[in-house]
Design a protein around this ligand. Structure first.
Ligand code: TXA
Ligand code: MG
Length: 319
């Protein structure tokens, strides 16, 4: 946890229209005060992010979230009470006071209450929500340590060091539709708050619960290539023998198997999520020409859905 003084300094940067590397429990964000259009524009500029990719608004209370939206159903309330603060983002029709710059002109805004104490303290002391994408250059690996943010942006961004991120991959993004007898949940980006937790949070409402995974690649921020490390990531498919793998590597990339480094992750999804991005970064700095990751029975489990979502988009090849 950061010191009181460090928190104050980060708040001051934000008050002056600056952009701050902010620790959250998922990944570090690049935060701007939602009231400062200059700061919001600066986020897109330093991140080299296209304006069609909307930002998530981070709040410190459910009251503050409700001030941003024109729709708030009992299902929103239920998920908010049960899963916030935490790694869940809800996409909800916005008030006109929420800048189009944040939502890329969309009529809905993404909102979440992070559970990292430093993020909460900064938002509370600022007295305003902050908009924050992950603190990486567009399309690159998300940062899970303060040093990752410094490596990426240097002196351009003031970083609040809140230690290593506890979750390690970005929040679950979802949208809700509620009728008198049914709650329809559309998961736009899987994260470590998974279907079972969402279902059990909604269960006491006594309504039918439907869960859908949106596979649309056209959704903002869901471009196929994303989270990419600086050397190619290759997924070694379960059915591929060592000979077949070597052959495909050489044919497609001109690489030998011995020139690669294997990324090893725990079969337990929560531990793997915590490690994924830091390992991608670390291996990128090694002398290896590529990183490979093996599919096994243990990592094809349902609990790995959010991890495979990131791995598949970080990967250049599957052999
Ligand atoms: O865990 C996280 O969510 C992290 C931390 C910093 O909070 N933030 C994060 O932000 O991952 P970013 O910008 O890298 O990804 C946010 C994604 C967008 O790319 C988009 O897919 C979705 O959230 N999103 C945000 N606002 C949306 C909206 N209004 N409509 C649809 N999708 C939206
Ligand atoms: Mg991102």
């Amino acid at each position: 946890m950061a010191s009181k003084g460090d928190i104050q300094k980060a708040v001051q940067f934000l008050q002056q229209g600056g952009v701050v590397g902010l620790p959250t429990e998922t990944v570090y964000g690049l935060a701007a005060d939602v009231r400062s259009l200059e700061a919001l524009k600066h986020v897109f500029a330093v991140k080299e992010r296209p304006f069609f990719d909307p930002l998530i608004v981070h709040c410190s209370s459910i009251e503050q979230v409700k001030e941003q939206v024109v729709v708030w159903t009992p299902a929103h309330q239920k998920l908010a009470e049960t899963l916030w603060p935490g790694p869940l983002t809800m996409i909800i029709p916005k008030k006109s006071s929420v800048s189009d710059l944040i939502t890329s002109g969309l009529a809905k805004v993404g909102l979440r209450i992070p559970r990292h104490p430093d993020a909460l303290a900064v938002i509370e002391q600022l007295g305003s929500p902050v908009a924050a994408p992950s603190a990486n250059k567009f399309g690159k690996t998300s940062p899970t340590e303060a040093q990752h943010v410094r490596d990426e942006f240097g002196a351009v961004v003031h970083v609040l060091d809140g230690g290593r991120c506890e979750v390690g991959i970005e929040s679950t993004v979802l949208e809700l539709e509620e009728s008198h007898d049914c709650v329809h949940v559309k998961i736009l980006r899987p994260g470590m708050i998974q279907e079972d937790e969402i279902r059990s949070a909604l269960l006491t409402m006594g309504k039918k619960i439907e869960v859908e995974y949106s596979t649309s690649q056209a959704a903002p921020g869901q471009l196929a290539a994303h989270y990419q490390p600086s050397i190619p990531l290759v997924v070694w498919q379960k059915e591929s023998s060592p000979e077949k793998f070597e052959e495909a590597l050489f044919a497609e990339l001109g690489f030998k198997g011995s020139e690669g480094v294997e990324m090893l992750l725990s079969p337990q999804a929560s531990l793997a999520a915590r490690e994924l991005y830091s390992q991608l970064r670390q291996h990128s700095k090694s002398s290896a020409r590529f990183i490979y990751f093996r599919e096994t029975d243990g990592n094809l489990d349902e609990s790995w859905r959010p991890l495979w979502n990131r791995l598949n988009r970080a990967a250049s090849f599957r052999f």
